[in-house]
Design a protein around this ligand. Structure first.
Ligand code: DQA
Length: 143
């Protein structure tokens, strides 16, 4: 089974931008750690990042044919994108939403998530370890 791990805007700068909030690990580190854990759990992983909403939507459509589960950190699109929500509604498998920071401790505009209306689980404020927790949850759901 394949898990698509989608990341939205500015997450290409993970490790460099606001490290006091998001930590020092890079998205390449996350991809490597997820691939290793996936191998243990019997899941293939494919981690992607885009700063463009339409690209993320196209990848969710592609997942309809290729992936059994989705982990998504939509970045700021979490709080704005009905279009990403709609795309996720067209995907039949389990979806876990991840936020590296505790969005509930931050500005009130980060407290609402469109994506949570579709997500089967949400992992918030666990740092980049949240991706691993999400992968373990998907392994349980997909098995
Ligand atoms: C984020 C939280 C969002 O509010 C923010 O816009 C991000 C990252 C997180 O992982 O904590 O870009 O999704």
């Amino acid at each position: 089974p394949l898990v698509l791990i989608l990341n939205g805007p500015n997450l290409n700068l993970l490790g460099q931008r606001q490290p006091e909030i998001y930590g020092r690990e890079t998205l390449d580190d996350v991809a490597r750690d997820c691939a290793a854990l996936g191998a243990e759990l019997g899941l293939d992983t494919d981690l992607r990042q885009s700063n463009h909403e339409g690209q993320i939507i196209d990848w969710i459509h592609e997942a309809r044919r290729t992936a059994q589960g989705i982990i998504i950190n939509p970045g700021a699109f979490t709080h704005t994108s009905v279009a990403i929500l709609d795309a996720l509604h067209a995907f039949d498998g389990p979806v876990i939403e991840v936020h590296i920071s505790n969005v509930h401790k931050r500005e009130s505009f980060r407290h609402h998530s469109y994506v949570s209306l579709r997500a089967d689980g949400v992992i918030v404020g666990c740092g980049v370890q949240g991706y691993q927790l999400a992968l373990r949850r998907l392994a349980a759901l997909i098995a």
